[in-house]
Ligand binder design. Structure first.
Ligand code: SF4
Length: 237
């Protein structure tokens, strides 16, 4: 397995733990507000770095005692058939493992949970669980992928690991009542994060002109969600 990048140490990507963050290249959807546009295509340009699994393992072996966890993010990591084997190696090295996903591959998610390869999953929920709305937030999405997202939510609601659902909140895509609708859909989940949209460097340049919700408005969204999920985390830019 190859990775597109590495943050050697992060205090914010795995709550309560010090984590390395590995980026994978390639994504099956095209959220217009995406900030990781350099990671959307699977093939790197000549100038872009590629980290081999051997290099990553060597780094993790050196950092024993300094790092608690490995977070794998993208792009969309579950596009890689080699991901389960890579996560198993990270577990064997003694690390907690977190996966960030858009939820379109519930088959791999289930396999990873059953094998004990995951301690934490953070899954994006892009919109209320209505195909038309979800498609608008994803830019492109097959109906199969949409039903896969629903399956991943159901799977994670029952999973014996830490789970975070999260939404990047974009005012033109997410009126307050739709954020509340998402929270109602995941009623019973333990954590829902509302991440403030950042208009700098978006995939669809029109989104550069979209004004994010204010901190006050983000807090009001959190208050609307509070009856459904016990912990609502607001991540402001
Ligand atoms: S799921 Fe959306 S936001 Fe995440 S990498 Fe893919 S296009 Fe970007």
């Amino acid at each position: 397995m190859k990775f597109a990048g590495l943050v050697k140490q992060s205090l914010v990507d795995y709550p309560g733990e010090v984590t390395a963050v590995l980026f994978t290249r390639g994504c099956n959807i095209r959220c217009p507000f995406c900030q990781n546009t350099h990671l959307l295509l699977r093939s790197p340009r000549v100038s872009e770095p590629v980290l081999t699994m051997e290099e990553v393992v060597e780094f993790l072996e050196e950092r024993h005692g300094f790092l608690d966890a490995v977070t794998v993010t993208g792009g969309e990591p579950t596009l890689y058939e080699e991901l389960p084997a890579a996560l198993a190696v990270f577990k064997e090295l003694g690390y907690l493992v977190k996966l960030d996903t858009n939820g379109t591959n519930p088959t791999m998610l289930q396999q990873l949970i059953e094998r004990g390869s995951l301690d934490y999953v953070a899954m994006d929920i892009k919109a209320p669980l209505d195909y038309r709305k979800y498609l608008r937030s994803c830019g492109k999405l097959t109906t199969e992928e949409f039903f896969n997202v629903r399956s991943s939510i159901r799977l994670l609601m029952e999973a014996p690991i830490k789970v975070e659902f999260r939404t990047t909140v974009v005012p033109v895509l997410h009126p307050p009542e739709e954020i509340e609708e998402i929270a109602r859909y995941i009623q019973g989940a333990s954590l829902y994060s509302l991440q403030q949209f950042n208009p700098s460097a978006t995939l669809d340049t029109d989104y550069g002109a979209v004004v994010p919700y204010t901190r006050q408005e983000m807090q009001e969204l959190a208050d609307r969600c509070a009856p459904y999920v016990p912990t609502i985390r607001v991540v402001n830019i």
